[in-house]
Design a binder for this molecule. Sequence first.
Ligand code: 5GP
Length: 189
Amino acid sequence: MSNQKAKLIIFTGPSGVGKGTILTDFFKKVDKNIVYSISSTTRHPRDGEINGMHYFFITKNEFENLIKEDAFLEYANYSGNYYGTSKKFVEEKLSENKSVLLEIELQGALQVMKKCPDAVTIFIKPPTFEELEQRLRGRHSESEEAIQKRLTAAREEIKNADKFHYVIENDIVESAVNKLIEIYDKETK
Ligand code: 5GP
């Protein structure tokens, strides 16, 4: 049995800031007492995304049925699609004394902060807004309209960074990952 204090960790930051890259590296380096919560979404998979690994890709109808069944700890409509966190998964893992990391956008993060005041909250911000725009455009996966929606959401998200316990600037990925590991160790050990 580990002595770890299992925590719910909210990891939020604007689309394009590099959350995915940081988390891939983070999960390679940390112990096995923390798990990533795979969200459900109605967005279409991007090239290379795998159902059940990156997301559970479901229809709007399926998502709305899950809302009715109260299956989500939180959910949000972001940029025209639904995204949500499974309540059952989070509760099960915490009861097994595992920490759970939620990679979610701002509206969902605010819902979880209200419901779970003990959650550790981390906001990841870009060095500059211009850099974020470049990264979003560099992905070549979205239409101009979708990019504009994401940039509008990003402005709103960055304004709310001070609601989080920790703010990490993603300037150099390696140092952002190290900061995340430090926070995880401090909060759970
Ligand atoms: P993307 O479409 O780029 O994968 O995700 C768009 C945004 O939705 C990102 O900021 C991502 O962190 C967020 N997101 C992913 N899963 C969830 C979720 O379950 N709930 C909420 N509220 N946001 C999510």
